[in-house]
Design a protein around this ligand. Structure first.
Ligand code: SAM
Length: 307
């Protein structure tokens, strides 16, 4: 061991959440390596905080610049097919189990992709901790993106207590279960059976008693006879715009639709939106997709009069 430092010990299942919090609060000493001890992970922290004790750590080698990657629970998805860099990444983070490389694009109706294993245990299943919620995911069977966590919180913060919410393309449930914290009821639909299987599991995992999972094509939801929803989430960027008339029919007058769309031009989907509502529309860029294309979210107030 190289150096003594203040140290916070947390159970392994809370390690990733704690690491993010310490990073956000500027408390993690990034010059030292977190390490496992029994069932806990020891994090080096830059100053004495509640629960901290004095421990020894190894220094992070100065040259060790980590390869670019996206973290999903205990899995890192690397952008380059580089097994050596993957092994370095794996050894730099005690909470990592596996490093994957996408063997193809996100594709098909279910929006899934194939992966090859670059390092670690050959798995595509992991548990993601997001703002105190848990999501079990299988990256090979159902879509999940940790990059949308801030977006889910943004939508949650715009909600009133007791809303009735519809998630038309729910996947394994990250929007539905996050929004259930303020909603009276969330109906969560997806047509991928594997996604709905995980959705049911995640509802139970988070003890959410107000989420109704459905294996259904969003195009059929208008035929069920739901009372109008206060809020509708449409996170299927390639195809959601084509379901907008159905969403508008399912939304109450004055309710809100969050339409996620892949676009190349600001305001690209405004004409389509204007065909279903004359209400206020706010557009924001969520993240870039490829050069000249980005994921946008349109927050749409549904006003049925005058359109
Ligand atoms: N909302 C989830 C999230 O944020 O992780 C999943 C989003 S993913 C981009 C889109 C989801 O829509 C996939 O799980 C896919 O199976 C589902 N899907 C695609 N077409 C659908 C349809 N016509 N009806 C219902 N679900 C659909």
């Amino acid at each position: 061991m190289d150096k003594e430092q203040w140290c916070l010990a947390v159970p392994k299942r809370e390690a990733e959440q704690t690491r993010r919090r310490l990073l956000e609060e500027g408390l993690l000493d990034r010059g030292l390596k977190p390490r496992p001890e029994g069932d806990a992970i020891l994090f080096p922290v830059a100053r004495e905080i509640a629960g901290a004790a004095w421990c020894e750590f190894e220094a992070v080698p100065e040259r060790a610049e980590l390869p670019r990657h996206e973290l999903v629970g205990g899995i890192a998805i690397m952008q380059d097919d580089d097994p050596e860099a993957a092994r370095m990444l794996l050894s730099s983070r005690p909470s990592l189990q596996t490093v994957l490389f996408p063997a193809g694009p996100v594709e098909g109706e279910y929006r899934t992709r194939r992966f090859t294993v670059l390092a670690g245990t050959p798995i595509t299943c992991t548990r993601v901790t997001e703002y105190g919620l848990y999501f079990d995911v299988d990256l090979a069977l159902a879509y999940f993106s940790a990059r949308l966590s801030t977006e889910r919180q943004r939508v949650l913060e715009t909600m009133e207590e007791g809303e009735r919410v519809l998630d038309m393309f729910a996947g394994v449930g990250p929007f539905a279960i996050s929004l259930a914290r303020r909603a009276a009821l969330v109906v969560a639909a997806d047509l991928n059976p594997a996604a709905v299987h995980l959705l049911v599991h995640n509802i139970a995992l988070n003890r959410a008693k107000n989420v109704i999972p459905m294996l259904a094509d969003a195009g059929n939801l208008t035929g069920i006879g739901f009372p109008p929803f206060d809020r509708i989430v449409m996170n299927l960027p390639l195809a959601a715009p084509q379901f907008l008339p159905a969403a508008a029919a399912l939304c109450r007058d004055g309710g809100t639709i969050h339409l996620y769309a892949l676009e190349e031009q600001e305001g690209e989907f405004l004409p389509l939106i204007r065909a279903v509502t004359s209400g206020e529309v706010t557009e924001r860029q969520v993240r870039t997709y490829s050069p000249g294309k980005w994921h946008a979210v349109y927050d749409i107030v549904v006003e049925k009069e005058g359109c």
